[in-house]
Design a binder for this molecule. Structure first.
Ligand code: FAD
Length: 285
């Protein structure tokens, strides 16, 4: 279908984009890579009167070193983030997840910030962002605020970004030397995950000193597998120890039942994929 007619602006600064948002209120919608928004418009699930394109705002692009963290501009395409050397060195989990995100075309158009702002519970970037303890930099008319990953994902397709605000960057604390792995379960290649597990671990002398694990599509938002993280701390990085800890992967989750799988099946997947992801991450550390 063809979208309902809309007006279009492409400001060159965040301030101008915010002014356009303030002027058009509920009638406006931001577009980043358009990989999720355009299908929504074409299906006429949303009919904004004004589209505000962030594509010409250079300050929203790129990855930079910021001392104890790396900062990823919201408009940086997945393909750029996934091949960035700073990401590979300090936030390998993000690079691992992007390897499995959609196909090459989508990775070239879709943006890091757009995917996180969209907050699809099956999206591949939420769980890594949660596991890495990312912070979301959000700008509005009143200034800039930073929201922790634990508070960013509010519900299905809902985040802490206000209607008059823009996500400008994501700050990811460095986890240099940590092993990382993203284990995604799909029926055919390039699909959204039925369930996926993002795991990053710090191994010290053959033991797992610290583990951080995020689950994709096990609820209306990405969730941390905290029971597994606690169970893994101080354990040897062996198949038996990781298998035992991974049994708790579904604790506290509320997975959906749909055509791709029942909730119970997803709980089973979470346990199996968590074991695989943690063992692979420990092996890479
Ligand atoms: C065929 C196909 C397969 C895909 N497969 C996968 C997959 O396997 N895994 C996966 O994770 N994703 C997948 N995607 C989605 C892809 O990751 C998109 O890039 C992503 O969901 C949206 O990013 P975008 O930059 O295109 O955002 P857009 O589509 O432009 O925007 C998405 C939403 O976020 C809002 N928004 C965007 N940027 C900002 C901002 N800076 N501040 C505030 N609000 C903002 C928009 O208003 C809109 O509501 C797929 C997409 C397609 C088309």
């Amino acid at each position: 279908m063809i979208p309902v007619a809309f007006d279009y602006v492409a400001p060159t600064s965040v301030e101008d984009a915010l002014a356009a948002l303030a002027q058009h209120g509920d009638d406006a919608k931001i577009i980043a890579g358009g990989q999720s928004l355009l299908p929504v418009l074409r299906m006429r699930l949303n009919a904004p009167e004004m589209i505000i394109d962030l594509g010409k705002i250079e300050s929203l692009r790129g990855v930079r070193d910021d001392g104890d963290a790396i900062v990823v501009g919201a408009m940086t395409p997945h393909s750029v983030v996934g091949s960035d050397p700073l990401v590979a060195e300090h936030a390998a989990l993000v690079a691992k997840a992007i390897e499995h995100l959609a196909d090459a075309q989508v990775r070239h158009r879709g943006t890091f910030g757009g995917a996180l702002a969209h907050a699809d519970p099956a999206g591949d970037l939420g769980a890594p962002a949660l596991a890495l303890g990312a912070e979301f930099v959000i700008q509005g008319a009143g200034g800039t605020r930073t929201v922790a990953a634990d508070d960013f994902f509010v519900d299905l397709f809902e985040t802490a970004i206000g209607e008059d605000e823009i996500l400008t960057a994501v700050r990811i604390p460095k986890r240099t030397g940590w092993g990382a792995h993203y284990e995604k379960f799909v029926r055919v290649a390039h699909q959204w995950p039925i369930v996926a597990v993002a795991a990053t671990v710090r191994v010290d002398g053959g033991s797992i000193a610290e583990a951080r694990i995020g689950l994709t599509n096990m609820g209306s938002t990405p969730v941390r597998a905290r029971a597994v993280e606690d169970a893994l701390a101080g354990q040897p990085a062996t198949e038996d120890a990781v298998r035992a800890a991974a049994q708790q992967a579904a604790a506290g989750t509320d997975p959906p039942s749909d055509l791709n799988g029942a909730a119970d099946y997803r709980r089973h997947l979470a346990r199996v994929l968590t074991r695989r992801a943690v063992l692979a991450a420990a092996g890479a550390a």
